[in-house]
Each structure stands twice: as C-alpha cells, then as structure tokens.
Design a protein around this ligand. Structure first.
Ligand SMILES: NCCC[C@H](NC(=O)CCC(=O)O)C(=O)O
Ligand SMILES: NC(=O)OP(=O)(O)O
Length: 321
C-alpha cells in the first residue's frame, strides 16, 4: 500500500480486517518494521481517539512519532493553487503555502497522517478533497487519512473489524441511523461507513429524515428507509451518527429528539449491538441506558482503532522498506 486515503488504496479489504484482528492478539510482532522510520501526524481539527490510537499503533511498529496541531501551533496554510495568469497572492492570514509545507514535512517524515474536516460551506470544495490532493502531490511520502472532508477510513476499518468480531450471523443486518444534533457535522463518517460496508458481507440499511440523503457515490447499493423504527427491525448492528444535509449542504434541517437512540428502539432489533465512532453527546444523540447497557460496543469499537491503524501502517511500511 502506498497512500491510505480511500478504499481505492486497499487491494484486499478482507486481508486488512484479518490483519487487524491478528495484530490485536500479538501487537509487538512487527516491532522491527518501523525502526528508524518517522510518522508525522498533522491535525487541523481536534481528536482524541485518532491521535492516540495512531500514535500507539506506530509505536507498536517501532516508529518514531511527531505530532503537529496545525491549527494551533503552526503557520496557517494556503491550499489553493491559483491558475496561469491568475496566481494566488498570499496577502491574507495564511503565511505558508502547502507546496512548501508538505514538501518540508516530507523531508522529516516517512509517512504523514492528516486530519482536515469538511468546512461545510462549499460542497464542491469539500468534496474535491483539496487538502489531501495537495499533500499527496507535494509531500513525496505516503499519506494516511485521519478523517478528511468526505471520509474517515481508519474509523471504517475499525468498524469492519468490530462487526467481524461480534457478528453472530454469516450476513448480519447493519443499520446506519442518523441521530439528532444541534450542530452541523460532516458526512465523512457516514459516507465512509457506507463505502466500507459495501465491501463486507452485510445487509446495509440507512435511515435518516428526508433531506439527509448521502451522496450516491458513497451510499452505493444500501437500502434507504426513512422510517427509523421500521429500519431497525431485525438489526444485528445499529450504527448511530449525526450528519448535516448533503443536498442543502451543511444545513441542520431537523433536530428532532424523536430520532435519538433509546433502549425501546434497540428492543426492535435482533439483540442488536449499538456502535458510534465517538465523541457522542449523551441524551442528545443516544440515551445513557443504551450507552451504559450491555448492547453498547462503543468502547470495543474505539479500542479497535489501534489495530486498524496498525494494520494500515504495517502495509505502508512494507511498501517503503
Ligand atoms: N472523528 C469522529 C467524529 C468527528 C466529528 N464530530 C464532531 O465534530 C462532534 C462535535 C460535537 O459534538 O460538538 C464528525 O462528526 O465528523
Ligand atoms: N472517532 C474518532 O475519530 O475520534 P476522534 O475525533 O476523537 O479522533
């Protein structure tokens, strides 16, 4: 593997899931692989799990880790290129261009992880993934997606590992349900989840209020049911997430607590497990009863972030030895 930005970078999803599960049993088997290699983790946005699990995974592989909170500690980065005859004139707040910044970071690091969320102002801009395109173009080393405007593949891989571990049927029913939130959140986790479930042997159903349809290229062949209670019937896994509207881009069209996940709703499932990528707002998106009860997998799911990251970094290191 060279970059890990989207599923297109993965040749064998099943192998990667298995690698994560095997790594969990023996985390230090590949400690020599990353020796004298450095990963730089760049955060344009906050993180708890992604930052710690990727750092831990890299250390398990013997790598050195350096972390930069770009939005706080570093120069503001200009991402736009300009065009012939219409160059970018950097007379605003941003002191450095990504052309130099990415190339310089690539001198210090063998692998670069980047987190840069959707700004939710301009859909075409967000969905063009300019930040990742620029790092891919100018860093000269493999790039790992730590959550981009439209995708969160390390999360999705951890989700695949978790479903593989906890499934009790050969082809489980997985329901991605929209949950209410007063803030506008990106579609990245939901997009990515659908995209990765498309590569797994599951029945995927997506439920959300009208106006929250995901981009068709991410939804794939998943069935959409606008009635949440109907969608939940017989579910083996309930994956909760809020996202803002894709069609009315970045808007909060609905904030109806009736969409919150409750124990009563979980009773409609087939002894289903509740999943969420975290962070989660208690009693806004999901009740204490669900989160603290036996059906919640959120901690196990977060734990699997380490093994997902390690499986990915191992593949990348094998490609740069
Ligand atoms: N990395 C996991 C999710 C990150 C982000 N959630 C958030 O921003 C939640 C913020 C809040 O609840 O205030 C998202 O939805 O993409
Ligand atoms: N799930 C997840 O990516 O968590 P963080 O935003 O805390 O990294």
């Amino acid at each position: 593997m060279n970059h890990f930005i989207s599923p297109a970078d993965v040749t064998d999803l099943n192998q990667l899931v298995t690698s994560g599960i095997v790594t969990k049993r023996n985390p230090f088997a590949d400690q020599e692989l990353g020796k004298n290699k450095t990963i730089g983790l760049l955060f344009f946005n906050s993180s708890l799990r992604t930052r710690l699990s990727t750092q831990k995974a890299a250390q398990n592989l013997g790598m050195n880790v350096i972390i930069l909170n770009v939005s706080q500690d570093s120069w503001g980065l200009e991402m736009e290129e300009g065009e012939p005859g219409n160059p970018i004139i950097m007379n605003g707040a941003k002191a450095e261009h990504v052309k130099e910044a990415a190339a310089v970071i690539g001198q210090y690091c063998d692998v670069i992880g980047v987190r840069s969320f959707a700004k939710l102002q301009d859909r075409d801009k967000d969905y063009s993934e300019l930040v990742f395109e620029q790092f891919r173009k100018y860093a000269g080393v493999p790039i790992v997606n730590l959550e981009s405007a439209t995708r969160h593949p390390l999360q999705s891989l951890a989700d695949c590992i978790t479903i593989e571990e906890f499934k009790v049927k050969a082809r489980p029913k997985v329901v991605l349900t929209w949950l209410p939130h007063f803030k506008a959140l990106p579609q990245a986790v939901a997009n990515s989840f659908c995209e990765w479930m498309g590569g797994m042997d599951v029945e995927l159903v997506v439920t959300h209020p009208v106006g929250y349809d995901l981009a068709p290229e991410f939804l794939g062949s998943a069935e959409v049911i606008y009635d949440q209670e109907k969608a939940l019937e017989g579910a083996d896994f309930v994956y909760g997430k809020n996202w803002s509207s894709y069609t009315n881009y970045g808007q909060v069209l609905v904030n109806d607590p009736a969409w919150m996940m409750t124990e009563e709703k979980m009773d409609r499932t087939d002894n289903g497990k509740f999943m969420h990528c975290l962070p989660v707002r208690r009693n806004v998106k999901v009740t204490d009863g669900v989160l603290d009860g036996p059906r919640s997998l959120v901690i196990e799911q977060a734990a699997n972030r380490e093994w997902a990251a390690q499986a990915v970094l191992k593949e990348i290191l094998l490609g740069i030895q």
